[in-house]
Write a protein that binds this ligand. Structure first.
Ligand code: PEP
Ligand code: MN
Length: 338
């Protein structure tokens, strides 16, 4: 439920109402601007009598929210959330952020070479999986802890904050220590115990859309993380499963305006997993920027033919650089920097 109070409402009245709702067990999200005071009441608000509220002279408007998500809801939080990753800002009207790096970390030397390329091409952050959600249990599962340590080395050398996928709760301490952004992969988007655990972490979360999940289910997963106290969630669309086989997945770019309309959180696009083919990564990246994405996460490899995972969709550094150069031009057209 959203209660908009008149501009003239005294602070004492706001505090009184806050106490009343809190005493009834609701949690309150209070947004105060120069021209408005808005209460977001979180909980089962069916017991609240709207007529009572409308009888309060300071109440301007009462709206019941049908959407099941509250903390992620733009109605509760009209301003864009800007997530700060070691000084790199994602969301709002900030610079469009490009994250590049290998699907899997394959060793210190190859990772550092790719990280150098990502930095020189204009990338802002480094991605790299150390724990990999592979379809086959016999496929390479990731280097584990050393993989994360190589990511830290790359951050130290090139100043790129690092993003890596967390697959299980038992690795949370390790991720708190090593990574700057915790990725929740498509396959874990509805792993609710993992989402709850990540909700207690101090690091921003990159939440990928599940392989076959609706936008509402995806926002509800963000809500799980936010309900735990971690409000720094970045959505990442990576394509959904459809009947189409020409591409690995089908990139749903319509989520960009929808997520921005419904929530206040940033959204980035992963054209690599969405298409599964390096040839389509550039065009989908440019389209994503034009559609208002706050960033891109792209797989980059120095030798894609030999990559241990996802080589077919990985860009060489020169092509990654071309995406950034062309992307900048599109960004300027829509009034953003990149
Ligand atoms: C990845 O980013 O390497 C990955 C496994 O992505 P997704 O969870 O989107 O499949
Ligand atoms: Mn991958």
């Amino acid at each position: 439920m959203i209660i908009t109070m008149k501009k003239s409402t005294p602070q004492s009245e706001i505090e009184k109402l806050t106490r009343e709702f809190e005493d009834k067990g609701f949690s309150i999200c209070l947004i105060q601007g120069t021209d408005y005071n808005v209460f977001g009441i979180i909980g089962d608000t069916t017991s609240i009598d709207e007529r009572m509220l409308n009888g309060n002279a300071y109440v301007d408007n009462v709206t019941r929210i049908a959407a099941p998500y509250k903390k992620a809801n733009r109605l509760f939080h009209p301003e864009d959330t800007v997530v700060d990753v070691n000084g790199i800002k994602i969301g709002g009207q900030e610079k469009i952020v490009v994250i590049g790096g290998p699907c899997s970390v394959e060793g210190e030397e190859p990772l550092l070479e790719i990280a150098k390329g990502v930095k020189e091409a204009g990338g802002a952050m480094l991605r790299g999986g150390a724990y990999k959600p592979r379809t086959s249990p016999y496929a390479f599962q990731g280097l584990g802890t050393p993989g994360l340590q190589y990511m830290c080395k790359a951050r130290e050398l090139y100043g790129l904050p690092v993003v890596s996928e967390l697959m299980s709760e038992d690795k949370i301490d390790e991720f708190e220590e090593y990574v700057d952004v915790v990725q929740i992969g498509a396959r874990n988007m509805q792993n609710f115990s993992l989402l709850k655990a990540v909700g207690k972490m101090t690091k921003p979360v990159l939440l990928k859309r599940g392989l076959a999940n609706t936008i509402e289910e995806w926002i509800m997963s963000a809500e799980y993380i936010m309900a735990g106290g971690n409000e720094n969630v970045i959505f990442c669309e990576r394509g959904i499963r459809t009947f189409e086989k020409y591409t690995r997945n089908t990139l749903d770019l319509s989520v960009i305006p929808i997520i921005k309309e419904r929530t206040h959180l940033p959204i980035i696009i992963d054209p690599s997993h969405a298409t599964g083919n390096w040839k389509y990564v550039e065009s989908m990246s440019l389209a994503a920027i034009a559609a208002g994405a706050d960033g891109l996460i792209i797989e980059v490899h120095n030798c894609p033919e030999k990559a241990w995972s996802d080589g077919a969709q990985s860009l060489k550094v020169e092509r990654f650089q071309s995406v950034i150069e062309k992307g900048r031009k599109i960004a300027h057209v829509i009034g953003r920097d990149m």
